[in-house]
Design a protein around this ligand. Sequence first.
Ligand code: ATP
Ligand code: MN
Length: 460
Amino acid sequence: MKERIKQILSRQPGDEVISVEGWVRTKRDSKNVCFLEINDGSTVKGLQAVVDKASFGNENLLGEVTTGAAVRCTGRLVASQGQAQSVELALETLEIVGTCPSDYPLQKKRHTIEFLREIAYLRPRTNLIGAVMRVRSTLAYAIHTFFQERGFVYVNTPLITTSDCEGAGETFQVTTLDLANVPVGKDGVDYSKDFFGKKASLTVSGQLEGESYALALKDIYTFGPTFRAENSNTTRHLAEFWMVEPEMAFCDIELDEEVAESFLKYIFRYVLDKCPEEMAFFDSFVLKGNIDTLRHVIDTPFARMTYTDAIKELEKVNDQFDFPVHWGSDIQTEHEKYLTEVVCKRPVIVTDYPKEIKAFYMKMNEDGRTVRGMDVLVPRLGEIIGGSEREADYDRLLGRIVELGLNPDDYRWYLETRRFGSVPHAGFGLGFERAVQYVTGVANIRDVIPFPRYVKSADF
Ligand code: ATP
Ligand code: MN
């Protein structure tokens, strides 16, 4: 493996000739010397290469080196005269691997994040998106490490499903039917002619399939793409996002909450430890105080609050909200933020929601009105995790399905898992991009995934 700039920057000056490959971020020319900042995507800070024009000689070649060009150079590491870095490359040879013309969009150092979104195929070449994507990668690794260290089995649930069980969101349909010539039967579209012989869609959650694996392997997690036809233009919803869904057998809601809390703390700490340079960069240029906030989250026990108590708190200040609440209403972003930022001043786990506003599979409490669901709310973002203890009793689960007017035939396989050695089990879903948003401080979810998909946007 070739050495990356990140490793080179941690070296001491030396006499050995080293080779560096990367892209020119900036070029500063003066009479006798030329400074090239070379970045290979391994760090926020690039390596400064210094060309002594007199000894280098080849003015023409140097003239062709422009911002964005790919270069390979050799030289010796010397102590830097400048303040910004400890070592720099005293350049000896230079090769242009790929030239870059002057219409390269990333000429200046700072661009608006909205502009960068329009050139999503080039934006990883910026400091910001480069750092976000390195942190995203590290966070994914932290998630796998957390679960693997605890013996959870990584399960890949299907992306195409014919049981849109959850009602978790609007689905995208998957079909090979000719949309200009749809086969019609007496009840509308004749899906028996479609690829799967019935109506199919992209998954909105791997939970139901995950449950059947937890009921065999005990502790499992999924980590994969999820699709919701969210027709809303918010800063925290995508049409295609990645979700992490652990599911644990012989587990109740209290243990589920504990796992969710220690999981978030673990992955936040992991990134603070492994990506100090990126985290310092976000703290300076994206969100001041972000590191302190994360440390506070890691060090403080999360608050716990029932939905009923949460509503009492919210009702006191109902005049502040666009959507005033009462017992039974959905808790929306503005309410989530108030609860975690103002009432609790730390992350809070809200539990025991009215059954009417939660999914059919959540286990009912004794009161017959509320279910064992829990949402983890964090300051600035609101909901980051949603989870529950699942209804493990066959008759009660069937009862809920019928009560909600769903067709039991669609849930046959899921119901069957409650007949054969059913046990209490629970799990949750973490939106991976929301986690990346939270650790980086980036305001819009569209900037923490390489190629965001949202309403009217899937161009590249
Ligand atoms: P919200 O109320 O924020 O729309 P939800 O209650 O619909 O979320 P769940 O079904 O509980 O979401 O999904 C579990 C987690 O997946 C959420 O806590 C969130 O972190 C994430 N998530 C849900 N929808 C999206 C989306 N459209 N884009 C990105 N992440 C999402
Ligand atoms: Mn939720």
